[in-house]
Design a protein around this ligand. Structure first.
Ligand SMILES: Nc1ncnc2c1ncn2[C@@H]1O[C@H](COP(=O)(O)OP(=O)(O)OP(=O)(O)O)[C@@H](O)[C@H]1O
Length: 256
């Protein structure tokens, strides 16, 4: 179980997370949603001890990540699939992680098989496509057979077969009693794989309920996407314009 309680994280004058409270329960896939810059990654980074909270707490099974003796066995994390040594092969990358926890070479081969990377395990990770890198990141998260998984945009860059694989994988992991927290901007996908959804905007909680409760609670919403767009309407910080609209805006005086 992941418990985030009254969590605030500030960077200088920017409040990335603002008094956020929610729980991701075991046996459940919890989808974590919010517009760009809402504070999802920051929250996940605090949970896994990569950032110190300004105030409030974030714990996994009642413990701070930094206090875990063997974190890979407790929490599997994929926050940035690009954070690999580009010159290391996929196998060596996973083996290096495994060796920090006395995890066997057999388990490394097992997660390579689970993620479909057998044919490229001997290739340097720096040559991987986006989707292959995502698979490698997920393999790393699974390595310690952890009770909790935290996956930041795991389906980003995956082909349709890979998206379906992640959907089935997270379901299986939750059905085994594990806690799964995953962020995504793909509403349709989240509606299919998440039991509960936590939506945040500008660092604050906007909704925490089952997918159906969120749809039912938003007037006229027929889908999670409709409900999400209603709930976050006032929280979107970066909104694109059409080229036509942009052309009618007053000049900023830029010389570029
Ligand atoms: N290290 C940092 N220093 C300063 N500001 C930061 C830092 N990390 C995040 N922020 C700011 O905190 C806010 C939340 O960012 P965060 O990456 O958590 O959002 P997000 O919900 O994950 O967004 P996205 O969907 O775009 O990935 C943003 O305004 C961001 O610029």
């Amino acid at each position: 179980m992941i418990e985030v309680a009254s969590l605030t994280k500030r960077y200088g004058t920017t409040t990335a997370v603002d008094g956020l409270t929610f729980t991701a329960r075991s046996g459940t896939v919890t989808g974590f949603l919010g517009p760009n810059g809402a504070g999802k990654s920051t929250t996940m980074r605090v949970v896994v001890g990569l950032e110190r909270p300004t105030s409030g707490t974030a714990t996994v099974d009642g413990r701070h990540y930094a206090d875990l003796a063997a974190p890979l066995h407790a929490v599997g994390v994929m926050l940035d699939a690009r954070s690999v040594h580009p010159g290391r092969t996929a196998f060596r990358h996973l083996l290096a992680q495994a060796q920090t926890h006395g995890i066997s070479r057999n388990r490394v081969h097992e997660v390579i098989g689970m993620t479909g990377l057998e044919s490229v395990a001997g290739r340097r990770a720096g040559t991987f496509s986006l989707g292959m890198g995502q698979r490698l990141g997920i393999a790393g998260a699974l390595l310690g057979d952890p009770g909790t998984l935290i996956l930041d945009e795991p389906v980003n860059g995956l082909d349709p077969d890979g998206v379906l694989w992640v959907r089935r994988l997270v379901r299986e992991l939750a059905d085994e009693g594990r806690t799964v927290l995953l962020s995504s901007h793909l509403m349709h996908e989240l509606a299919l794989c998440a039991d509960r959804v936590v939506i945040i905007g500008k660092g604050r909680l906007l909704a925490d309920a089952s997918v159906q409760e969120i749809i039912d609670g938003s007037a006229g919403a027929a889908s999670l996407e409709d409900a999400y767009l209603q709930l976050t309407a006032d929280s979107v910080q970066y909104r694109g314009r059409s080229a036509e609209d942009s052309a009618t805006l007053p000049s900023t005086g830029s010389t570029r």
